[in-house]
Structures are given as C-alpha cells and as structure tokens.
Design a protein around this ligand. Structure first.
Ligand code: T1G
Length: 701
C-alpha cells in the first residue's frame, strides 16, 4: 500500500498532502507518513517551511474512529505526539484546509503555526458526539486562538463552524476565496513566517484569549447549567467543559495531560462505544441488499403530497425546507385551507422562537403549492400519498396515479402499517412503488422508514435513500410486515406498559423509570401528547390483534380524556404540557385490576424497565430474523431517531449486547412463564443466548 501522504517541494516549501481516501482519517499509516515527511522536510536545508494539506474532498475527518476499539489509535506516533512534532518544528508549518477539518484534523491544524482555509469549508471538534472529548490538544489549543466562550460552543455542541466564522474568531489566519489557490496562499504564508525573526509562534504559548476567561469566575458553572437540559444523561459534554476549564486554570502541559486522561477514560466507556456505534450505524443503513453503491438515483426536482392533514402537511414542509418545490392536494377546499393554515402556523411558531427568519419562512411557503386539481401533479418526480389508513382508498388513489404520472415517477405511500405489495400491485409499475413512512410530526422527527416492496427497484430504493438525506432524515430500509419495524417493536413495549398498570404500577411510576433511563418522555406522557383518541382509532382500525392488550386506554377515550388536547388523559395538565398524576386515573386503574381479578402488587423499577424494554428487544430479534431489517444496528437507528432511545445507550439491540443477550433471554423466559401474553422469547434471542452470540455479530447471510 503506498504511503498515504504525498510530499513535494514548491518554492522552497515542503508540501505534505494527506492522501488517505475517503476522508483522510488519521490512521496509524497516515500518522507515520506525515511524521516521516515532516522529518524529511526538517532535514532538508533547501526547505524553509512546511505546508500540510489534504487530498481529495477534504483536509481531514479526524482520528480513525475504527482504531479506537483496537487500541491502534494509541500506537506511536499517536496523534498528540504527531501534533507535538508539528508545533515544536523549528521550521514554520502552515495548514491549508478545504472541505472539512474535523476532530483530530482540526487539532492537527491547531498544532500548526498558522491556518489558511478555503472559503466555505467547515472546521470543528465533534468528538462530543462520539461520547469523547477532543484527545489531541483541542480543548487546550482552541480556546487559545478562538477564545474560551466560542471554544466551549464548538467543543460542547460538536457542531462545526464555517471558515468565515473561524477567520473572524481568530482560528483561521487567512481565507482563500473561490478561484484562489489554497496551497499557493499557504506556501506564501509559510515563507513569510520563515523570514520572520525567532522561532515559529506556538499555539500553546498564546495566553491572551485565556485571560478574558480568567476575569469571568462563573463562566464554567454557568455553562454547565446552560446545557443541563439537552445534555441530560450524557457524560462527555461535561467532560469537555472540565477540560476547557483546566486550560484556563492550569499550565498547558497539565491541561494536556488532564485532557488525555479524560479522553482515554471516555474512549473505554459504554457511552462512547454506544455513540460510536450510532455513528457507524447511520452509515451502514445506506448499504442496502441488492442496491450497489453506484446505483444512480432518480432526480427529485419537484414533489407532490396527496393529503394535507397533520402528516401530509408535515411532509410538504420537509420538501419546502429542503428547497424542493412541492404541490399538496386535498379533496375539498376546506380541508386544503385547514392544512395550509396548519403549515403556516408551524412555520410562524418557529419564526416566533427565533429559529427561522421571516424571509426563510416566506421562501418555504412559496415552495408549497396547494391545489384541488389532482391532475396538476402529473409531472411530479415523486408523489407521496398521505391519506387515511384505508386500503381501498389507497388502492383507488394508486390506480389513478398509475394512469396520470410519468412512468419514471416514484409513487410512495406514507402508510404506517398496510401492505405496500398490495398497493403496488394495483399499478402497472410496482418497481416504482415504495413506502415512505414518516413519523409525526413529519417536519420534526428524523426517522424515515423506507418500505421496500417485493418489486421495488434498486433505483427507487437508492432514490428514497438519497431523498431522505436531502430532507434531513435518517432513512432505514425495512421490509413489508404489519406495522413494519418501528411501530411493531413499539407495540411490544407499550403493550407491556399497559399490563404493568393492571398488575400494580401507575403511569407516573412507569414514565419516571423510562425517563430516568434516558428517554425524553415515558409511554403514557407520549400517549397524551400523540392523543389517546389517536391511539384508540388505530386500535379500532387494526382490530384487536391476536392476544390481549390492556383496555385502560380505551376507557380513558370513552371518558373523553384524550390527553394534552383535553387537558387530561393519562395525566392532567395545568400548563398544557407538564403531566400531573390524576387520582381519577389511579381509581380507574385500581378498578380495572379488580374487574380483572388481579391482585395488585408492588412492582420494582427494575422490573418495569425490563418488562417495557426487553420485549422490545425480543420483537427486534423477530424482526431481524424475518429479514424485515438487514442488521441489528438498523433497529438501533429506528429507536434512536424514531422514539428518542438515549443515544448514549446505542439503541435497544446494542444495549442488549452490552447487558448480555443471555441475560435478556433468561429474563424474558421468566416473564413468559409468569405472564404469558406476548412474552415468548424469540428464536433468535434464544439461539444467540445459547451460542454466546450478539445481535451486532449476527447477520442473516
Ligand atoms: N474515522 C473512520 N472512518 C470515518 C471517519 C473517521 N473519523 N469519518 C468518516 N469515516 C468513514 C465513514 O464511516 C464512511 O465510511 C466514509 O468515511 C465516508 O464518511 C483524537 C478522538 C467528515 C463530515 O467525528 O462527520 O478525531 O460508510 O459518509 O457524508 O481528538 O464523515 O463509506 O464505509 O460520513 O462526506 C472525530 C466523523 C473523530 C468526524 C464527511 N471526527 N466524520 O461526511 O462522508 S475522533 C469526526 C464525519 C477524533 C481526536 C478525536 C463525516 C464528514 P463508509 P461519510 P460525508
């Protein structure tokens, strides 16, 4: 394998180019290549300075995350050693950055004596999103060039900043506009530094920006308080703040040691393993059986959405937010007006919160065309049907679409449970038909289940995956079965939550266990948010699935307790959103236990957590074994992005592997013996438990 760096001499400057596609991840080979090229440059008297730049589409995406589990990331030269070599170089080293400079890539640039950036590139320290802190000096050097407050924002959020903002803040020394020559500009800067008196300026020696923070004693504790809500349960954000605080209060070397020690501890933590798992899971989901990476997707220049209800309106907003013109249709004017009013209201609320400008809202609204004229969508590249969950109605619509739309148009259904094959069969082009199951509210929830029919073509699947990215969604391809993967596994969980009430628990106890685990809300508060009436209608439409489920929710519906919308459901609401336990519900639950002849018992928080989440894992095992999803990490993504499973636990299947599949199996066996309904261990769960396997290690092929 050729050394993943290129080295050339330009006008007395040694230019080292990182050449490790696709993202110049700083593998051991790349680190060794850079070290050797730097040594060659330092040994060559004809070379006065060095430029470090990236080949391909970016400067560098950081350390090679794949190396963290193997320990190779520590092999010499590890990244801190390499950066130390750069920073202590007697000849100036200038970073020339384009595309992205992330994580270790940003830290490498911080070790350089100056930084030149192409306009529009992005630079940041996203380690916190992997459950880490920057581990190669980022928390010590970035505050010294960007300022402490700005550095905290970059490091604790993990969000990259633009080259322009980095330049304004002092992280980038020179911007190169479109048409400029990035490397030539960096060479010129390197020569200028070489001609200056004294050794090249080291980032570690810059103190002025730290001084500002030393005048603000409450800075760090105020920052800790400011992230409390969004960082609930996560370790890394607080570790990042600790490292930056040490940069301000301790000498550089001590700060570097504190950061390295913190990084190593987090790298070994379950929280970081879970978030690294999620990172790769998001990328694995793009690898779909039967769809080769070079399958060309169909262009989606304009869309149409049939139905402008809650779902249809939300879907239309997704297109508008992505800058894609979209027509939205309804059967009658009143419904269309209601839908457009809902869209308008959603945008106005976002503008009111300051998260969107009025201009941006107007631009999005201008992209949405309401119409009663069904035929006006004939030239759409994609049509998404979002009408009532009624198979006859959907078949009627797809028959019309088949006659009306272009042969290459993608015909999608937003059904949450119906058979996509049956819908596709009503058309002459089943290969163009796919399910696009958005989650409510569609303009907010990131999960998108891409339901592949038996005949759905690879090109349409590739198009759906590309569209999910454009819409800012996480697309997961699932197979056809009742309720696909997300809701099917949700029912396994919510059904047990209902049984637990009959056996002795109360909604507030169950919800607290689930929120303490890390979900944003418990199942009953979610029920009140989504609407007890909505759940009731779904159950009526689906008919009583084989096997029992608790009918307490049905009783709430009959009492007119629909949830937040009626200020009472499972809980009562005084401010419209904070759930307050309601004695009337407690009484209803106790009476239900009596009617069922169940003697209520004290149920431990541990049993509640296991009774809710292990059946979800169990159903995930069935869904995996049936091939409804390709891999266990797809199930994890569905729960991370569909239902708020805490990211620092990696998703239900990853969490089961951490717990031990045999443990989950044993507990499920005990539940089944005690409670029967719906709790029989899945064959795959049993097999993995007996073989000592893991979901992550299982593959259908
Ligand atoms: N290590 C290993 N593989 C990586 C990688 C990385 N850092 N970044 C990307 N890949 C793989 C990815 O899995 C995919 O593989 C392919 O490259 C293309 O990626 C010491 C400890 C840079 C914005 O967190 O955010 O430095 O699926 O599809 O959409 O302090 O990649 O093709 O087999 O995402 O153009 C910190 C992670 C690391 C940045 C480009 N850095 N990467 O997005 O491509 S920890 C990060 C990204 C660290 C130091 C610490 C994105 C990108 P495959 P992609 P993209």
């Amino acid at each position: 394998m050729s050394a993943p760096v290129r080295f050339e001499r330009i006008d007395g400057v040694g230019v080292i180019t990182l050449d490790n596609p696709p993202v110049n991840a700083l593998s051991i080979a790349l680190r060794t290549g850079v070290r050797d090229a730097l040594s060659e440059a330092l040994a060559d008297d004809a070379i006065a300075a060095v430029v470090l730049t990236g080949g391909g589409r970016m400067f560098c995406a950081g350390a090679d995350i794949k190396e963290f589990d193997t320990g190779v990331s520590n092999e010499s030269p590890n990244l801190p050693e390499l950066i130390e070599l750069v920073e202590s170089s007697p000849k100036p080293v200038v970073a020339a950055m384009h595309g992205t400079a992330m994580g270790g890539g940003c830290e490498l640039a911080l070790g350089c004596h100056a930084r030149v950036a192409a306009a529009g590139m992005r630079i940041g320290l996203p380690e916190v999103t992997l459950g880490l802190v920057p581990g190669a000096g980022g928390t010590q050097r970035l505050p010294r060039v960007l300022g402490v407050q700005a550095a905290l924002d970059v490091i604790v959020s993990g969000r990259p900043i633009s080259a322009e903002n980095a330049h304004a803040g002092g992280l980038v020394d020179e911007l190169v506009g479109p048409g400029g020559d990035l490397v030539a500009t960096a060479v010129a800067m390197a020569k200028k530094l070489a001609a200056a008196d004294g050794p090249p300026p080291k980032t570690r020696d810059r103190e002025e920006r730290l001084e500002e923070a030393r005048q603000q004693p409450g800075l760090f504790n105020d920052y800790r308080k400011s992230i409390a809500r969004r960082a609930r349960g996560f370790e890394a954000p607080y570790a990042c703040i600790d490292c930056v605080e040490v940069a301000v209060t301790k000498p550089f070397e001590e700060g570097l040691a504190f950061e390295r020690d913190t990084f190593q501890k987090l790298r070994a933590s379950d929280q970081s393993k879970a978030q690294r798992h999620a990172f790769f899971a998001e990328r694995q989901a793009n690898k779909v059986r039967g769809v080769s990476p070079d399958t060309k997707e169909l262009p989606i220049r304009k869309g149409a959405v049939l139905g402008c209800g809650t779902m249809g309106g939300g879907i239309a907003m997704c297109f508008a937010n992505a800058g894609i013109p979209v027509t939205v249709t309804e059967g009658e004017q009143a419904a269309l007006d209601r839908g457009m009013k809902l869209i308008q209201g959603n945008y106005a609320a976002t503008v009111k919160k300051g998260r969107m400008s009025q201009e941006a809202m107007d631009a999005c609204m201008a992209l949405i065309t309401p119409t009663l004229d069904f035929d006006s969508i004939a030239d759409s590249d994609i049509v998404i049907e979002a009408v009532f969950e009624n198979m006859d109605l959907k078949k009627e619509i797809f028959t019309k679409l088949d006659a009306l739309c272009r042969p290459d148009a993608v015909l999608a259904t937003n059904t949450s449970s119906l058979d996509v094959n049956e819908i596709a069969a009503t058309t002459s082009r089943p290969e163009q038909v796919v399910g696009l199951h958005f989650f409510s509210p569609a303009n907010v929830m990131k999960l998108l289940e891409i339901v592949r029919g038996d005949r759905t073509s690879p090109q349409v699947l590739a198009t759906a995956l590309a569209l999910s990215k454009k819409l800012g969604k996480v697309g997961v391809v699932v197979g056809v079965c009742d309720s696909f993967a997300a809701n099917r596994s949700l029912y396994a969980y919510s059904r047990q939550a209902g049984f637990l009430l009959e056996e002795g628990a109360l909604p507030e106890q169950v919800d607290k266990v689930i929120t303490d685990f890390g979900f944003p809300m418990g199942p009953f508060a979610v029920g009140d948010l989504a609407g007890v009436d909505v759940g009731y209608k779904i159950r009526q439409h689906r008919g009583r699935p084989d096997g029992r489920y608790s009918d307490i929710a049905d009783k709430l519906y009959e009492m007119g307790r629909y949830g937040q919308k009626t200020a009472k459901g499972w809980f009562r609401y005084e401010d419209g959103r904070t759930p307050i336990p309601d004695p009337e519900v407690t009484e209803l639950i106790i009476q239900t236990s009596k009617d069922l002849g169940i003697e209520r018992r004290e149920i431990s928080d541990e049993e509640i957590l296991q009774r809710c989440l292990y059946p979800l894992i169990n159903e995930g095992a069935r869904i995996l074994e049936e091939g409804i999803v390709e891999r266990s990490s797809d199930m994890d993504l569905i729960w991370l992005y569909g239902y708020g499973f805490p990211r620092y636990r990696g998703g239900p299947m990853f969490w089961a592997d951490l717990l031990g599949v045999d443990h989950v199996y044993e507990v499920m066996k005990g539940f089944h013996e005690a409670h029967h309904d719906w709790l029989e261990p899945a064959p795959l769960l049993e097999r993995l438990a007996k073989e000592g396997g893991t979901f992550g290690g299982w593959s259908a092929t």
